[in-house]
Design a protein around this ligand. Sequence first.
Ligand code: NDP
Ligand code: MG
Length: 395
Amino acid sequence: MKKKKIAILGSTGSIGKNSLEIIKLNKTNFNIKLLSANSNYKEICNQIKLFKPSNFVITNYLVYVKVKSEFKNKRIKIYNNFKDIPSKLKFDITIAAIVGIAGLEPTIQFSKKSKKILLANKESIICGWHILSKIIKKNKTELIPIDSEHFSINQLTRNYTDSDIKKIYITASGGPFLRRPLVSFNKIKPNAACKHPNWNMGKKISIDSSNLMNKILELIEAHRLFSFNPIKYEIIIHPQSLIHAIVIFKNGQSKFLYHETDMKIPISNAIYNNRVDIDKIIKTGNNFIKNLRNIKFENVDKKRFPIVTLAKEKYLSKSGPIILNASNEILVDSFIKNKIPYNGIFETLKRVFKDRDFNKYAVKKVPNIDEIYKIDNWARNKTLEIISKNYEKYR
Ligand code: NDP
Ligand code: MG
C-alpha cells in the first residue's frame, strides 16, 4: 500500500499529539510530510527526532531561528511562515488542529492541498466557513469534523435531510463547576478552570468548557457545518460526556453516538474511515452497558452558565461570531494571566455586544479574509479597552 502523506497543523497541541500517537502505532503506512507549531521548542525538537517530518512550520520567529540552527545539518526543511512552503506539496490527510483564529488561513490553505481534512480548529469554521466551504467544494476535499459533537452529528445524519429531523441535542459535560456554589464563582482561578472532569484538552478549550462558551462556539460550528435549521439544536448537560450528540428523527427513531472520553476515538475513526480496531489504539473500559446505567441528562442552568444567553440570533448570525470568538480569545487569555476575574469573561462580552459600534461590525454578510481580520481586530481592541476600564483595580 502506498504510504499516506500526512500533515498535522498544531502538532504540539493536545489534538496534534493525540494524532501523532495514533500514527506512531502504524508508522509504516504514513509519511509525515509536514508538522506545524508555534512556540513549544522542546516538543518541536522531540517531534523532529522521533517522527522525522520532511517539513516543519514554526510560526514563532525566535523559536523558528533556534530550531533551524539546532537542525541545520539535517534534511528537514523548516519554515517560519505557511506562505513559504512549496506549492507542489500535497497531502492525503491534513489534521487541522491549531488553536484560535491563527488556524484560519492555514486551514484554508491546506484544504486546497489535501484529499481529506480532519478539522478540529473550530475557529476557522466559526469565522471563515463561507470561504472554507467553497474551497472544499471546488477541490472536492473530504471534510471530517473531529470535534466530538460534530463528528457524532456528521455520523448520525449522513443519510438524512433537514425534513427528516426534529431535534439535535449537543451535549455539554458542565465542566468542573457544575456543582460549585454560585457565590464562589468570582474566586475561580485559572488552574481550577483548566481542570476538566472528563477530557484532557488544551488550556483555552478547557476554560471555554468550564463556562459553556465552548458549547456556544460549537452551536455556531454546527450551524455552519450542517444544513439543518438552527432552531433544531439544543444544548443539554450530560455530566458523563459519553454521549456526544443525540438526533431525534421525525420517523419515531432517535439515535445517539456514544464513545469514551478520548479524542483518539474520533481522530482515529476519521483517519481510518471508521474501520479501526480501537483496542489497538487506546485502552477502552469496554463498559458500555455499565456506563449506560449511569448516564444522566439535565437542562442548562442559565444562572450558572449565563454565557448560554448569548446564543441569540443577532450574535450568532452574520459576522457576530467573529466578534464573539475574538473577544473571547482575549478574555480567556486575560483570565489566564489573572487580569480579570472569572465572571469578567461574561460581563465583558455583554459590554462588547452592547457597544455602539457592534452593529457596524456585525452586519457584514460575507466578509473576505481581510474583513474578517478587521472585524476580529475591532473586537480584540474593544475588549482590551473594556478590560482596562473595568478591571484596572483587579490586577
Ligand atoms: P492546544 O492549545 O493544546 O494546541 C494548540 C496548537 O496550536 C499547538 O500546536 C500550538 O503550538 C499551536 N498554536 C498556538 N498558537 C498558534 C499560532 N499563533 N500560530 C500557529 N500555531 C499556533 O489546543 P488543542 O489541541 O486543545 O485544540 C486545538 C483546536 O482543536 C482548537 O481549535 C480546539 O477548539 C479544537 N478542539 C480541541 C479538542 C481537544 O480535545 N483538545 C476537542 C475539540 C476541538 P505551540 O504548542 O508550539 O505553541
Ligand atoms: Mg467538542
